[in-house]
Design a protein. Structure first.
Length: 279
């Protein structure tokens, strides 16, 4: 099915010293907040998904500090500050509750919101992110630490940055790369008890060749009440999807598969609703 949507309503929110860019797509239902990964932006991360996601619901998408159309400021990049920015954006938009779909860095922010601001989150989708550093295979963080502008010249990421950034020059782009290299340095992540305590039903997605270890994703699911015999106990409200043939960088590339998994999760009203769909 092909979806067509009109141009989004777009604007900037004055939040924590940022002019934080956002877009509003579609209407209806609980708004879905989209949070992109590091060095990406709304269009690069979610552009192929937004038309279908917004066909029957309101979608709120935003660019993080230094990404896309949002300016950079003299502040390191970390999950807690990004989460604070998002809370400020929702206050600016007068939105009191959302579903949230975050990828990588955006997934870390979504997880932070679900733990620290549970009243804001109805359903939680965290993609290609671990809840503590033990869940990472290693290599990605080290690669980002060493990244320079010369290494990404000519890539869609560099081209997009130069096209839409409020400061489109290589000095600022290198500054962004350097900050991403130090993202959440020293963070110990979340404890098992904190993950168990999340109130929102949770969908965890990961590529089968992702930076996140598969056993960690399974542990994440277990802490959220999953990994049970659903034929006897019912399918839990929290679930895990492993996308085949998928790396971290291309974690949302299989658009039809992602849309089916995400929209089915969002549209299920309750855990009982899943149980009723059993053959």
């Amino acid at each position: 099915m092909n979806y067509q949507t009109p141009d989004p309503e777009a604007g900037y929110a004055d939040v924590n010293g940022l002019q934080m860019y956002y877009e509003l797509h579609g209407s209806g239902g609980t708004p879905l907040l989209l949070l992109h990964g590091g060095l990406f932006d709304i269009e690069q991360q979610f552009g192929a998904l937004i038309p279908a996601l917004s066909a029957e619901r309101r979608v709120i998408a935003t660019d993080f500090q230094g990404h896309g159309r949002t300016n950079d400021i003299d502040r390191p990049l970390n999950t807690a500050d990004f989460a604070s920015d998002v809370v400020g954006l929702l206050e600016h938009l007068d939105v009191g509750e959302v579903d949230v779909f975050g990828f990588s860095v955006g997934g870390a922010v979504a997880l932070h919101l679900a733990i620290k601001h549970p009243q804001l989150i109805r359903k939680l989708i965290v993609s290609s992110v671990s809840f503590n550093p033990d869940g990472d295979r290693g290599g990605n963080a080290e690669a980002v630490t060493e990244m320079t502008v010369d290494m990404i010249v000519g890539t869609p990421m560099e081209q997009r940055y130069m096209a839409v950034s409020p400061h489109p020059d290589y000095e600022h782009l290198q500054g962004l790369l350097t900050k991403l290299g130090g993202y959440d340095t020293g963070s110990k992540g979340w404890s098992d008890d904190e993950i168990r305590g999340i109130q929102a039903p949770t969908l965890i997605t990961v590529g089968d060749s992702d930076m996140v270890k598969l056993e960690h994703a399974v542990r994440f699911l277990q802490l959220r009440g999953g990994d049970v015999n659903g034929d006897f106990e019912g399918v839990p409200a929290s679930q895990l999807a492993v996308f085949p043939g998928t790396t971290h960088f291309f974690g949302l590339a299989r658009t039809n598969l992602v849309l089916d998994v995400v929209t089915t999760f969002l549209d299920a009203p309750t855990a009982q609703g899943w149980q009723d769909q059993r053959p």
